[in-house]
Design a protein around this ligand. Sequence first.
Ligand code: G3P
Ligand code: MG
Length: 247
Amino acid sequence: MSTIIYAHRGASKHAPENTMPAFELAYKHGADGIETDVQLTKDNIPVLIHDEQLNRTTNGIGFVKDFTYDELEQLDAGSWKSSHYKNTKIPTLDDLLAWNQDKQLKLNIELKNNIIPYQGLEDIICQKLVEYQMTKQTVISSFNHDCITKIHDRGIDIDYALLTGRRNKALVPYSKKIKAKGIHISYRLLSNRLVTLANDNQLYVAVYTVNSSIAINKAIRLGCHALFTDIPKLAIDIKKRRLAERN
Ligand code: G3P
Ligand code: MG
């Protein structure tokens, strides 16, 4: 099994996170997939932005949920990173799915409904993925574990994983109970024991956010199903080198 390399918020070390230039760069650098975060606008448009508030990554102020998409479209989500990216827009989920149509990268859509419980977010996202025929290459994840059970109960044929950064001795039985397909864990929770126990229980393990060679090598060596990195080029190069050494 070869570890899937997801570009975390796109190639976010070198381009503004969760923007089309960051996704383009990830594609250019050979990432297997894109991880992105989704929030809902006032008019229920899924947009790709990590924080509930606009302040850190745009020139706007306030909560995403309090603006319509037409209003958010006016904002600059690139200049905070570098003037080279001036006037880069906050993308919608549609922008990403349309862009991915000729690339067919794997996608990890992280629902950011653990702080603001956006009503109907699960349905909106699933409907989009069905519309763009991208359910097969997508995994939905969330720190809000109720929404994972909710997706499962709808009977939608899509993979979903729980996200956690908390140490929990019962993580594997808990993940089975809430019917997750995989566990997306913070790197500090990664151990051989956990990967083995999860795999023995038909659960995969993916790890975030690994940006050093040591961490990337460890995730691959322990047989993680996937890893999330801000520097996909580094991870892809390591993966290729390891494969070449094996042959
Ligand atoms: O999905 C993995 C990772 O993105 C979770 O944390 O805060 O970077 O969205 P965060
Ligand atoms: Mg995320």
